[in-house]
Every structure is written in C-alpha cells, then in structure tokens.
Write a protein that binds this ligand. Structure first.
Ligand SMILES: Cc1cc2nc3c(=O)[nH]c(=O)nc-3n(C[C@H](O)[C@H](O)[C@H](O)COP(=O)(O)O)c2cc1C
Length: 169
C-alpha cells in the first residue's frame, strides 16, 4: 500500500471504542509515547501548543476513578443519584489501561476557539495513532471533569475538556 492508501485505511478504521471492549493487555510505554508524540504534531496557531495532557496509570488511575465517583456523588442531587452511573464511572476508568486528561491552555495570543480546535486536532492524532496500534480509545467529556482538583491542577487560564480512555483490543 502506498502512503495515501495507508492513511485512508487508518482514517476509515478509526472508531470510538469503549472500555467494556478493552482487554487487560498492557499498552507498552513505547506505544504510549508514540500516541502522545503524535498529539504534539497537531497544527496550532502561533505555536502556542495549547494542549496539556496528563497520563493516568496504575495507582494514579485508581485515585482518579475515586475522585470522579466522589464528584458525581457530591454534585448530583440525591433524588437523581444513580448507583449504576456511580459504578460505571469507576468501571470505565479501571477497565482502561491508560487514561489521559485533555486540558486546553489559553495563551491569550489567539482566540480561545483556535486553542480548543488545535487541542481537538491533537486528540484526533491520538485517535489515529491508537487505531494504527490496535488500541481502542475514546474521548469522554462528562461535566464532572470541571470539578477535578486532586488528580489535576487546572490553572485559571485552562479548562479540562474531558478524558481520553485507552485499552488494547
Ligand atoms: C469533543 C468530543 C467529545 C465526546 N464526548 C463523548 C462522551 O462524553 N461520551 C461518549 O460516549 N462519547 C463521546 N465522544 C465520542 C463520540 O460520541 C463518538 O465519536 C461518536 O459516537 C462517533 O463514533 P466514532 O468515533 O466511532 O466515529 C466525544 C467525541 C468528541 C469529538
């Protein structure tokens, strides 16, 4: 296959794949590095490199799951609280081999939408690199990420746009 055919195949194959379908095979550090490296190659106006990614694995990922569950419990009115939803938050993070927080940093040098767009293109690069490496992944954007503060340090000029789940398939 020539380059154009390879690219077309990867773009066509890319899908959001959810944690229930991940196996427990470890994603190697080399592949994680490749995925993150591809993110940093996204186009970005004035080279502001607005994306901030933090990788959660092992113990840190367990803590992230607990914090997300605690936030859900604390922010949900009691009559709307669903035990299934609470358990599902923990299940998804624990089932993923790696979770990456997606944060945009607003530099003030270009309009905010451009930095969200550039960060989104970085995430698309991660999606495509995952596809090429047989890694399932998806972008999750629940409202409760706005309240993360133990697992993530969000500066005044930053916003968390969600979590990127990854697992071998
Ligand atoms: C910005 C953004 C946020 C998303 N947030 C969620 C989400 O919170 N929950 C979810 O199930 N999927 C989420 N997705 C994944 C989309 O639902 C998914 O891309 C869509 O189902 C199309 O499937 P595909 O990616 O396989 O083409 C998000 C995708 C994007 C681009």
């Amino acid at each position: 296959m020539n380059k154009a055919e390879v690219l077309k195949e990867i773009i066509e194959q890319r899908r959001s794949i959810f944690p229930k379908d991940y196996t427990d095979t470890e994603i190697t550090q080399a592949v994680i590095d490749e995925i993150l490296h591809s993110a940093t190659l996204a186009p970005n106006h004035k080279r502001t490199k607005p994306w901030r990614f933090k990788i959660f694995k092992g113990e840190e990922k367990v803590k992230l799951a607990s914090e997300m569950q605690a936030i859900y419990k604390a922010t949900q009115p009691e009559q709307l609280f669903l035990e299934k939803k609470y358990n599902d938050i923990g299940f998804k993070i624990n089932k993923a081999n790696v979770v990456v927080s997606i944060v945009v940093n607003f530099s003030g040098m270009v309009p905010e939408w451009e930095e969200i767009a550039a960060t989104s293109m970085a995430v698309q690069n991660m999606y495509l690199t995952c596809t090429a490496n047989n890694i399932g992944c998806y972008w999750s954007s629940p409202k409760i990420v706005d309240f993360l503060k133990e697992s993530l340090t969000i500066e005044e000029n930053q916003k968390c746009l969600g979590l990127f789940y990854m697992g071998a398939v």
